[in-house]
Design a protein around this ligand. Structure first.
Ligand SMILES: Cc1cc2nc3c(=O)[nH]c(=O)nc-3n(C[C@H](O)[C@H](O)[C@H](O)COP(=O)(O)O)c2cc1C
Ligand code: SF4
Length: 397
């Protein structure tokens, strides 16, 4: 049997193969944050397609940590019935599901949350939303820690198989652990160990909320690609070692920070026209100019976080490593596992185009995925359109 179809244990949960659906914002929940039938259907299909572990799109743990209009919420008990339906649909098809918990921090807007976004420090104004955040007080940090703990309890109530802390892509946890965003001089900043403190506290809080053996995963950047130094591969190695010492049950590695370097996160074509379409008229000229400059700079032949994986894997001990970003050929997937660069293959865009691709690979019917990384699905999400493959056409405004 192919190495891709050997089971793996995360905590006490057995995953039937080495494929993970990486968290994907779907634009499918209700404006209240509640799960919709459409969302349930999406994940039912992926479970039918035999994806080993499914992580749906990021779920906000606190109203101030929300960053998208149709994002799923896990910030209140009212969300639990919908989340339960989602879990049940996946379980009925024999799948496993873990929830990705997020707080956006400064990577949201006043229009979205009703007040100035918060972050570790107030320094800088981001280049897309022009947000200058408010520095969080010690009490606000404690409130966020508690919000993650309560969200984890709701994940348990809903029957989820695990949780993943979103520490990547420029959101709040990433902001705390990055020297680019975090300029604090108190116990939450000033050194790598202090910047890491929030993530450490969150793991402890969430662990208290979960039953013994329920896995805690973390999604971490190995490179932020921010204008000044943020997380670099060598800092990521240090953090990976500390995460392994904290006995997390799996680490997924990625790169890129939403408003500063989103094309690093989703490499491939730069969908200039499609992204610009959604912007207010006054933002269009500058955005078009900025995006045109990016064209041709994010092409890839091989999984683009694999080099980082080779550095991270040796310090992880027994903690399983998931690598996301650019897996398109079955030969590359097998090689990554056979050479022990990683333990699991994580994918996002390939599943948008082909929810049944794992089953097809298992049956020997596919040597690669059909996704061509045109990034139109990514642009669609920015336009508040439900995620699907738009490679063959993108709706006009
Ligand atoms: C439409 C879309 C939505 C995404 N939503 C999330 C998300 O909610 N959480 C997250 O951690 N990453 C998100 N990502 C990033 C993916 O999980 C993944 O890291 C990235 O697409 C690279 O993997 P791929 O080459 O397999 O697509 C999203 C990507 C896309 C294209
Ligand atoms: S629109 Fe389709 S082909 Fe293009 S990146 Fe998304 S899933 Fe892949």
């Amino acid at each position: 049997m192919s190495i891709l179809f050997t089971p793996i244990n995360l905590g006490d949960v057995q995953i039937k193969n080495r494929f993970m659906h990486s968290a994907t914002y779907e634009v499918m929940s209700l404006e209240t944050g509640e799960v919709s039938d459409k969302l349930v259907k999406r994940y039912q299909n992926l479970a039918k397609g035999e994806v080993g572990l499914i992580i749906p799109g990021y779920m906000f743990v606190h109203p101030l940590g929300r960053c998208a209009k149709y994002q799923t919420g896990i910030h209140s008990d009212d969300m639990i019935p919908g989340l339960r339906r989602l879990v049940k649909a996946v379980h009925q098809e024999g799948g496993k599901i873990a929830f990705q918990l997020v707080h956006a921090g400064r990577q949201t807007t006043k229009a979205m949350i009703g007040q100035t976004p918060i972050g570790p420090s107030s320094k800088g104004r981001d280049p897309i939303n022009f947000v200058k955040p408010k520095e969080m007080s010690a009490d606000e940090i404690q409130e966020v820690i508690q919000a993650f703990g309560k969200a984890a309890s709701r994940a348990v109530e809903a029957g989820a198989d695990g949780i993943q802390l979103h520490a990547a892509h420029g959101y709040l946890i990433n902001q705390f652990i990055s020297p680019f965003f975090n300029h604090r001089k108190d116990e939450w900043g000033g050194s790598d160990a202090n910047r890491f403190r929030l993530l450490k506290e969150l793991i402890s809080e969430v662990r208290n909320a979960l039953p013994q053996g329920m896995p805690i995963l973390v999604k971490l950047n190995t490179h932020d690609y921010t204008p000044q130094e943020g997380i670099t591969p060598s800092l990521a190695v240090t953090y990976a070692r500390w995460l392994s010492d904290l006995k997390i049950n799996g680490l997924e590695i990625s790169c890129g920070a939403g408003v500063y370097s989103f094309m690093n996160m989703c490499r491939g074509d730069v969908p200039v026209k499609e992204v610009v379409q959604s912007l207010p008229f006054w933002k269009k000229p500058l955005a078009k100019l900025m995006m045109k400059r990016m064209v041709g700079k994010y092409d890839f032949d091989e999984p683009y976080n694999l080099e980082a994986a080779k550095m991270i894997k040796p310090v992880l001990g027994k903690t399983p490593l998931f690598v996301v970003g650019g897996f398109r050929k079955v030969a590359h997937m097998k090689e990554a596992l056979e050479k022990q660069y990683a333990d699991c293959i994580s994918m996002c865009r390939p599943f948008i185009r082909e929810p049944f691709i794992v089953k097809r690979i298992k049956e020997g019917k596919a040597e690669g995925v059909a996704c061509v990384s045109c990034n139109r699905c990514f642009a669609a999400v920015a336009n508040n359109m439900p995620v699907q493959c738009y490679n063959k056409g993108f709706p006009a405004p």
